[in-house]
Design a binder for this molecule. Structure first.
Ligand code: HEM
Length: 177
């Protein structure tokens, strides 16, 4: 049948699933203007990035969250690095899983913990295209931390087929939009 008023308001503002409550502080759109990137094998760079965490209120999943990442060429604002993923929580625990696809052609499966207003994730599996560029990414470590009510920080370390152990690649602070 047609969409009812209740269907429509559910779509606009779905109630947060109970299992998601430990992650509620992440919800929203976050914009960072002064990201710093580096790695031993590349030149230092700066970047801007918008990250969005939302949900559709799915009651049938223990947790369903949507995280979306998008970076830009600093000067032109052209899209560069992009990601879309699902952050899941094991119900009744602080255990997290991130299932994340990146436009560079890799899929990241990470697990970790939420502790208060901080998340730590480390990949256990990186899936890669057969025609991916070298060096291959072999490990990704991320932390998200709420610095204050409207400031979120993300730090990323990675390991590649050419460079181990994991070393710093990205740091950025976002303001809530
Ligand atoms: C380079 C991975 C996110 C910008 C690289 C390299 C890898 C990589 C493997 C090549 C390193 C080498 O040649 O030794 C990743 C992963 C990311 C990520 C796994 C996310 C978890 C980003 C983001 C930006 C970015 C958000 C910002 C816009 C760059 C730049 C280079 C680079 C500018 C150097 C130039 C180039 O090779 O294209 N990254 N990256 N990366 N990354 Fe990232």
């Amino acid at each position: 049948g047609p969409l009812t008023a209740a269907d429509a308001s559910y779509k606009l503002a779905p109630p947060l699933h109970d299992a998601l409550k430990p992650l509620a502080w992440l919800l929203g759109t976050w914009r960072g203007e002064e990201g710093k990137g580096d790695y031993p094998t590349i030149k230092d760079f700066k970047y801007k990035e918008e990250v969005k965490f939302d949900h559709v209120g799915q009651p049938n999943l223990h947790l369903h969250n949507n995280s979306q990442f998008c970076s830009s060429h600093y000067e032109t604002g052209k899209p560069l690095h992009r990601e879309k993923g699902f952050l899941k929580i094991q119900p009744g625990t602080s255990h997290l899983a991130l299932v994340n696809t990146q436009n560079v052609g890799i899929v990241e499966l990470s697990e970790g913990e939420v502790k208060g207003q901080e998340i730590m994730l480390e990949s256990h599996t990186i899936g890669r295209m057969t025609f991916g560029k070298d060096p291959a990414v072999t490990k990704i470590q991320r932390t998200f931390r709420l610095v204050d009510a409207d400031t979120l920080e993300q730090v990323v370390h990675m390991e590649t087929s050419a460079t181990a152990p994991a070393q710093h690649h990205l740091s950025i602070q976002y303001k809530k939009v």
